[in-house]
Design a protein around this ligand. Structure first.
Ligand code: GLC
Length: 557
């Protein structure tokens, strides 16, 4: 059986249900649509599907505003559809991971509604605070989606905290009753056969102080990675995580985190989480740490971050989630590759660079066929609340529409959310209706049907990488050793266990470069494991072609 006792050789595929496959013709992807594509995912070889939230929700933040953690939003289908999905996936040795949004609920959640009606029990589920003496907000914290993080409720004479949209009210994890409620939700889905969970912005659940923030005026120093965050996760773990299910995994989405904290979150002894997403490597194209700016990525910073996280986590028995893409990030091929000149080579290079590291790889829908940024040219085409807020904020700062569109085109989360490109028929075969968000016009060339026909496609490269992880313990469990630290174009590393040494080289640019492997011994005994150009032998002084990437293996018996 493919799924084994240990998650370390497994690969996760992320589905953004809204944009994956619509079976009903209403323009929104749904659960039956996912069922119809399971054979495709089996062909790719993945082990888990992480689905973004499908719970009942007003959809102000596409489901990250949950109104009922136990109900399926009708736009995605019914509980029976979900049960069918779990069952059908299981037949293919694929298991479901759910996305738990436990930092906040929608303001339409029953708990919040009861709080608004003045029920003290439920008021204590959230973070309500008195105004300052002058009637102003309790502090100067900013919402991550722009504007203040507090919203006034006249009926109660108090403000509530929302680190995200004002329709997403932060839960009060200091109240044990809240943790018990959430643990109950976990148990509910475990009973349905869900085998893993992704926890949304889970390093922000503990708020240690509500003081004004004198530094960045956004407050994050008081609510990111606070010591109590670890206690809360441990508590949730004790109350609800199964102790004897070898397939059960959890991943925490960690915002502005540190290696030190992530070691603690994932050290198995601490009983918190299996692995973590950190986003530092996806900020290397932020000018002055600001998202809504334009800048080429800083390659040396990218490498340093990978090295720091790979080495830091392995030293302390921690575990990374490995990823370039998700529903919150622009497409990696547009960002770090060259889809115009080297679509295949650069997509494959990015895949190899990530998949052979230590950790669990996550593939975001469409990445495996080389999907690109949306290319939208008008505000009307955007759907994402964060992007639309950003437009208004940048506009207020005096930027022209043209300048703002140029930024949104590179940075908007909607770049990841355009419909999955299945074939060259209308709307990329995603829907027979009108898709909720525009399709990337390149779907006539870039689509699953084409990818499956071409044995040299990006798809088959991903498939091969997934297979390699399962067949080579040096990849799934071996040590990570950085090499070529100072090289200006190549990200290189070695993976090693008692039996195998695997050498990985990735040229991140569209031009040739020389590589000096002077210090590595027995190069003539290595054989090619995977490459994105016709094979080349290793030598002490070698040349890599544009976006060339390959791994070579030495067996030591
Ligand atoms: C996470 C999600 C993102 C959502 C936010 C608020 O960052 O990935 O999509 O908007 O949390 O829940």
């Amino acid at each position: 059986m493919k799924v084994g006792q240990d998650f370390k050789d497994k690969v996760v595929y992320q589905i953004y249900p809204r944009s994956f496959k619509d079976s009903s013709g209403n323009g929104i992807g749904d659960l039956k649509g996912i069922v119809s594509k399971l054979d495709y995912l089996q062909e790719l070889g993945i082990d888990y599907i992480w689905m973004n939230p499908i719970f009942l929700s007003p959809q102000n933040d596409n489901g990250y505003d949950v109104a009922d953690y136990r109900a399926i939003d009708p736009q995605y289908g019914t509980m029976e559809d979900l049960e069918e999905l779990i069952e059908e996936a299981k037949k293919r040795n694929i298991y479901l991971m759910f996305d738990m949004v436990f930092n906040h609920t929608s303001t339409s959640h029953e708990w919040f509604q009861k709080a608004l009606q003045g029920d003290p029990k439920y008021r204590n589920y959230y973070i309500f605070k008195e105004p300052k003496a002058d009637g102003g907000m309790p502090n100067n914290w900013q919402s991550k989606f722009g504007g203040p993080a507090w919203k006034y409720v006249p009926e109660l004479g108090q403000y509530y905290l929302h680190l995200f949209d004002e329709s997403q009210a932060d839960l009060n994890w200091e109240n044990d009753e809240v943790i018990e409620e959430l643990a109950d939700v976990i148990r509910f889905w475990l009973d349905k056969g869900v085998r893993g969970f992704r926890f949304d912005v889970i390093n922000e659940i503990a708020k240690s102080s509500f003081a004004d923030d004198p530094n960045e005026f956004d407050g994050r120093q008081y609510y990111t990675d606070q010591p109590k965050n670890h206690d809360h996760l441990h508590h949730l773990h004790q109350l609800s995580f199964p102790k004897d299910d070898p397939y059960f995994i959890t991943v925490g989405e960690m915002s502005s985190t540190t290696v030190g904290n992530c070691q603690k979150y994932t050290d198995p002894e601490n009983e918190e989480l299996t692995m973590v997403f950190n986003f530092h490597h996806l900020k290397v194209d932020y000018k002055d740490k600001q998202k809504w700016t334009l800048m080429d990525f800083d390659f040396h910073e990218l490498k340093e971050l990978f090295f720091e996280w790979q080495e830091g986590m392995q030293e302390h028995d921690g575990w990374n989630a490995l990823f370039w893409n998700c529903h919150d990030q622009p497409r990696s091929l547009s960002r770090f590759g060259d889809p115009a000149r080297y679509p295949k080579q650069s997509a494959k290079m990015l895949a190899t660079a990530i998949h052979l590291m230590q950790g669990t790889p996550y593939i975001y829908q469409g990445e495996e066929i080389g999907m690109e940024n949306a290319g939208f040219t008008d505000l009307d085409q955007y759907r994402d609340v964060e992007s639309i807020n950003a437009y208004h904020i940048l506009k207020k700062q005096g930027k022209s529409d043209e300048a703002i569109y140029a930024i949104l085109r590179e940075k908007s989360r909607d770049n990841a959310r355009t419909p999955m490109q299945w074939d060259a028929s209308d709307n990329a075969g995603f829907t027979t209706g009108t898709p909720w968000i525009g399709t990337n016009p390149n779907y006539r060339q870039v689509n699953v049907e084409e990818a499956l026909k071409d044995k040299d496609s990006v798809f088959y490269h991903y498939k091969k990488l997934i297979g390699l992880r399962k067949n080579h313990p040096a990849i799934s469990r071996g040590r990570f050793i950085p090499i070529l630290k100072e090289h200006d174009q190549v990200y290189g590393y070695i993976r090693q266990d008692e039996k195998e040494t695997i050498l990985v080289l990735n040229n991140f640019y569209g031009k040739d470069c020389a590589v000096d492997l002077g210090e590595i011994e027995e190069l003539d005994r290595f054989g090619t494991l995977i490459s994105n150009y016709p094979d080349q032998d290793l030598s002490h002084h070698m040349n890599l072609r544009p976006y060339e990437s390959a791994a070579w293996i030495l067996h030591r018996e």
